[in-house]
Design a protein around this ligand. Structure first.
Ligand code: TRP
Length: 329
């Protein structure tokens, strides 16, 4: 059984792309491994959220993951800032992280461009905090996408450096969790690329039905006319892709046929698509709302999660301190 760690962005409201992609894998992982899933709320301070937003975001994201089936009995679910041991390891790792390598990180360079008025030291050391998150549980696997590959590579380097610096074989070098070949990619509604949070092209699980209908009706298609036998354009093919995960196969087949006959009405297709999406998201949205209004339940989940996470984290800190040379008198 592998130890798996995954950090969840505290502003990352779940959309259909997450639901049919990463989330399915989380649900599988939590049954098969020793999983630590946490909300990365320290990391979110690199963009200076307001106190009320910070708490509301954490609560919303936690509720969404729980509503989708992340199970606090199966996995250790916690809030990063509830585990202060992480910050101690972060401090210790910072002593062996070099400013040059941190400055060369792609995500840091992007942030400098995006928020030139707020280039704080937390941004620079973001990968060190992420490494601390992972190796605090001495994890072997991290389920991350391509956008986090460099951060994971740095985690491996920091772990390796610690080991060689102190002549120990203490931290494993974590690998990316391999999901196998088929990670479903859900496209966005803007005609190109995949569904994302910041792209403004997504359907969120917490969107009410009216919002979903509006978004789908506005989705990019093409202006036609459709020539009989012609292939769907990229934006239309994207809608078919979404349809293939939410609708009945016979529905997809019907609209495919309409398209190839050259008589398709995108308005009809969109109406059907919106209703089929709503059929899936509505029960999830109800669960999200129920959970997020149940403070007693959420409080219990995070308290138990923090306790389990701290048990694992404090063991590591104790051993790390000893390795580094801190000893009791
Ligand atoms: N950087 C990750 C992201 O933006 C979030 C994250 C923080 C993370 N700490 C982590 C992911 C530890 C995996 C493991 O998505």
């Amino acid at each position: 059984m592998e130890t798996v760690v995954s950090g969840i962005r505290s502003t990352g409201n779940l959309h259909l792309g997450n639901y049919f992609g990463a989330l399915k894998n989380f649900l599988k992982m939590q049954k098969e491994n020793n999983c630590f899933f946490f909300i990365a709320d320290y990391h979110s301070l690199t963009t200076h959220p307001k106190p009320a937003d910070l708490h509301a975001n954490i609560k919303q994201v936690l509720s969404e993951y729980l509503a989708c089936g992340i199970d606090p009995e199966a996995a250790t679910v916690y809030i990063q800032s509830d585990v202060p041991e992480v910050t101690e390891l972060y401090l210790l790792l910072n002593m062996n992280a070099y400013v040059g390598e941190l400055e060369r990180t792609v995500s840091f360079k992007e942030k400098i461009r995006k928020q030139p008025d707020n280039i704080n030291a937390g941004l620079l050391t973001y990968p060190v905090l992420m490494a601390a998150d992972i190796i605090i549980h001495r994890a072997g696997k991290v389920p991350v996408g391509q956008d986090q590959a460099q951060h994971l590579e740095m985690t491996r380097r920091f772990a390796r450096r610690f080991n060689s610096m102190y002549g120990v074989d203490y931290f494993p070098e974590p690998d990316a969790y391999n999901f196998g070949k088929k990670l479903v990619k859900i496209p966005g509604l803007d005609g190109s690329g995949k569904m994302g949070k910041s792209e403004g092209n997504g359907i969120f699980l917490a969107d009410p039905p009216g919002e979903i209908r509006k978004k789908i009706m506005r989705a990019v298609t093409d202006t036609g006319p459709v020539t009989p036998g012609g292939k769907p354009s990229v934006p239309v093919e994207n809608l078919f892709t979404i349809m293939s995960v939410v609708s009945d196969p016979s529905t997809v087949e019907y609209f495919r046929e309409q398209h190839s006959l050259g008589v398709i009405r995108y308005g009809d297709m969109k109406k059907q698509l919106a209703e089929d999406i709503i059929k899936i998201t509505e029960p999830v949205r109800e669960r999200i709302n129920r959970i997020s209004s149940d403070n007693a339940y959420l409080a219990k989940v995070v308290a138990e999660g923090a306790e389990k996470a701290r048990e694992s984290a404090s063991r590591t800190i104790r051993e790390v301190r000893e390795i580094i040379g801190y000893r009791p008198f």
